[in-house]
Structures are given as structure tokens and as C-alpha cells.
Design a protein around this ligand. Sequence first.
Ligand code: FE2
Ligand code: FE2
Length: 247
Amino acid sequence: MNDTAQAWLDFDIRNDPAFENVIKPFIENQLKELELYDRKRLDRNPDIQYIFHKHAYDVSNDVRKTAAHLGQPDHVQEALYWAMLAHDIGKRMVPVDAWDKPGKPTPEEKALTRQHPDLGLALLDEHLGDLDHPFVDLMRDVIKYHHAHMDGSGTPTGVTGDMLSKPVRLCAIVEAFDGYTKPRPDRPTPRSAAEALDKMHNDPDKGARMYDMELLTAFTSVKLDTPSGNAPTPHKPSTRAVNVGSV
Ligand SMILES: [Fe+2]
Ligand SMILES: [Fe+2]
């Protein structure tokens, strides 16, 4: 992520006609399309509970809470909220029968669904590609890299933590947590918040291999401090200031 891509940090979308008249309607429309796509999924399988457009709102709300916890100003919280809403817009461009299969997905099925960041990027460029705008740069970054891992083992493969912005790293954490805590066809009983966070911290394949641990610690604090949250885990962290915008 270069300096240009960080211009969003100093930009307030709340006072911006381009955001209000062009970008926000684009995001809202994409979420409506995603909701229609979810209805197709529910027509095929009424029992599914991992609903993509709801996931987008859940992720955005948790990212905003984490940014607030980290002391980020309101305009940064607002930009992150709206950018995260768009992170999975590409999912509806994947054939609907690729999702919600019982059992673990095959490598071929995974390869198909893992196209959704690139497909989302294509949607963004189709609709907003001519718009030179710092918030669009943030959205592009989040859509493209939210399944990247710190060690380079995610999607796109080989993209490592040093290449990932803080918004991308935070999105990766929050969206993984949301997936872990929702019932899935291959895991009908969802993990509790504490179980999911424990796995994210301590599973040898996860932790620092996948996540920015400073942000995971902040997010853990946010989730476990929530009154409706689950029992604390040994990972309840101290509150520390982290600049979400810095690379
Ligand atoms: Fe995704
Ligand atoms: Fe997601």
C-alpha cells in the first residue's frame, strides 16, 4: 500500500458530494444485489445462516467499534465502516451453487469461491473505475486483500503482511471471526466468541501467521468487553493505541 492509498485517512467522506452522490449509492446498491443473491441461496437451502449481506453489516459494525476502541477519529471510523460494507460485493458474481455445500469444500470449489475478491474489484472498476478518489482507493484495497494472510499463504498467495494496510488486516480479522461464529453447512454448531478468538490466537496455523496480532488483541478486547459477549479468555488484552491507517 503506497502513500497515495493512505490519502483516505485525511479525507472526510461525510462532507463529500462524490461520496454522497456516487460512492454511497454504489455501495448501497451492491448490498441490495447481495441481498437478492442471498435470497437465491436461501431458496436453495432455507437453513443457511451465514447470510452475506448481513455478514457485511456485522463486519462493518465490529470494525467501527474496534477503530473507536483504538481511538480513531470519527471520520476514520466512518470511512472504515463504509469500506468494509463493500468487502464481499464480488460474492454474487460466483455461481450461486458454489456456496453452502455440505462438508469441507474441495480445492476446486475453494478456488471458485476465492475468486470473489477479484470479482468484487472488477465490479468496483466497472462502476467507479473512472473516479480518482481516496475512499475508492481504500475500498479497492479492502476488497482485493481481505483474504490475504500475514505469512503470504492467503489470497492472493504471496502477498505478505508488510504489503497489507491496517484496514485490510483489521478486515481479515473481523470477517474471519464473523465466519467462525456463524453456523456453516460443514459446522452446524457455531463457535462462541471466546472459542473463535481462542482459535484465532492459538491455533498453530493462525495467530501471527494469519493476523496482525496487535489488531487481533484490540478486537478481542472489543468482543469480550461487549455485555452480550462470552466468558473471557486468557487473551483479554490491555488497551493500546494503534494507528489503524498506518501500514
Ligand atoms: Fe471475502
Ligand atoms: Fe467477508
